[in-house]
Design a binder for this molecule. Structure first.
Ligand code: GAL
Length: 366
């Protein structure tokens, strides 16, 4: 019901976005859907994201993936936990306390299933697992049933593999590398070959469904150094074995992909954990590459921190051709539940896209 025309940050009914403020749902509770993605179905947007809890421990998956719905993008209804983690000590790979990040949901028109992918790290093992989890549901809001978690594309070389990858020295499996700690040119370490048989690492990720119904998994691989773009199986629940390596050695995280007038675009961050860094953008004529870097799309971002946020999704606005919203997270790692959302309009010039700060804005401004 329309009560008054107040802002997203403070009211039951909103008509604007207020980046970085508290965004309250229909129950007056700050929306809890971090590093999320969006799906538009039957006149409604569905926002899926990580449910965080209080404190630093709140960055772990203590509840699961939270879903909200909205008809206008300003007012959000709490649809509950779409994928719940299993109880502690259940021996489940998605047990409470695991790391479950960057969930994204897509719909498969052939199987009529909603398919959720996420980055999964088994409990207590840091970030070395680098698994991709998959869950499915007949209903958009869930409950989603977990089906498997694996490394990516085991046993397959990428389409653009080099001869050196196939024949070069393989580093030991015991050694792992923190984000950004590889040599500047990571191909001097043959991580691709190291992980060829067991499958490639996948951490930060997104999904993209192309106009022809083919779906892709886009993920930070090879110890975060290189972004892989991988075609999924027809039912969207597995990798197909077809993939490419992109931005070799650029340590791209937080990928968000969209398509406009036949061109593919990516927005990404660098690799600095919860601390924000300067955004990156890229364009391609073909989704599997080659990709061309376009630089930082943020205009007037004097601190070079993506306006103190990290990309998670770029949303095509329904009913507004070629209009997109940048969705980012402003992390509060010491009290994870307090993380904020930074949504800003995306502008275009030539083959570049741009993002400018606004304290408050709405779709009429587009
Ligand atoms: C970020 C990444 C997040 C999370 C975090 C953990 O770089 O984008 O999804 O993994 O690191 O430090």
């Amino acid at each position: 019901m329309v009560i008054s025309m107040l802002s997203c940050s403070s009211a039951k009914y909103s008509e604007s976005f207020t980046p970085g403020e508290l965004w309250k749902d229909n129950n007056g509770v700050h929306i809890n859907a971090h590093s999320g993605g969006m799906l538009f179905v039957n006149g409604k947007y569905y926002w899926f994201g990580e449910h965080k809890t209080e404190g630093e421990e709140g960055n772990l998956a203590n509840a699961g993936v939270h879903c909200y719905s909205s008809e206008d993008l300003y007012n959000w209804v709490d649809e509950g936990i779409a994928l719940a983690v299993d109880p502690e000590n259940s021996n489940s790979i998605i047990e409470k306390g695991c790391i479950l990040e960057r969930p994204k949901v897509i719909f498969n028109t052939k199987t009529k299933k909603y398919v959720m992918w996420f980055h999964l790290e088994p409990k207590g093992q840091g970030y070395k697992g680098a698994l991709s989890g998959v869950a499915i549901s007949d209903n958009i809001t869930g409950p989603y049933k977990f089906i498997h978690a694996r490394r990516a594309n085991a046993g397959h070389w990428p389409l653009n593999v080099t001869e050196w990858h196939k024949t070069g020295t393989i580093p030991s499996k015991g050694q792992s590398y923190g984000g950004g700690s590889l040599p500047a040119h990571p191909d001097s370490l043959n991580i691709l070959a190291r992980d060829m048989m067991d499958g490639q690492m996948a951490r930060d990720m997104t999904l993209f469904v192309d106009d022809d119904g083919k779906a892709y998994h886009i993920y930070s691989s090879e110890e975060n150094s290189t972004l892989h773009i991988a075609l999924l199986s027809d039912d969207y629940t597995n990798h197909s074995g077809i993939y490419t390596r992109n931005f070799v050695g650029r340590f791209m995280e937080a990928p968000a992909m969209f398509k406009r007038d036949g061109k593919y675009y990516l927005m990404m961050s660098g690799c600095t954990g919860w601390s924000p860094n300067q955004a990156r953008s890229a364009v391609a004529d073909s989704i599997l590459g080659e990709w061309k870097e376009l630089g930082d799309p943020c205009i007037g971002d004097t601190t070079k921190t993506t306006f103190h946020s990290q990309s998670t999704y770029i949303l095509p606005v329904q009913g507004k051709r070629n209009q997109y919203i940048y969705m980012g997270d402003r992390w509060h790692p010491q009290n994870a539940i307090d993380g904020r959302y930074v949504w800003l309009p995306v502008d275009f010039q030539g083959e570049h896209f741009f993002i400018r700060w606004r304290d408050r804005w709405n779709l009429k401004d587009l």
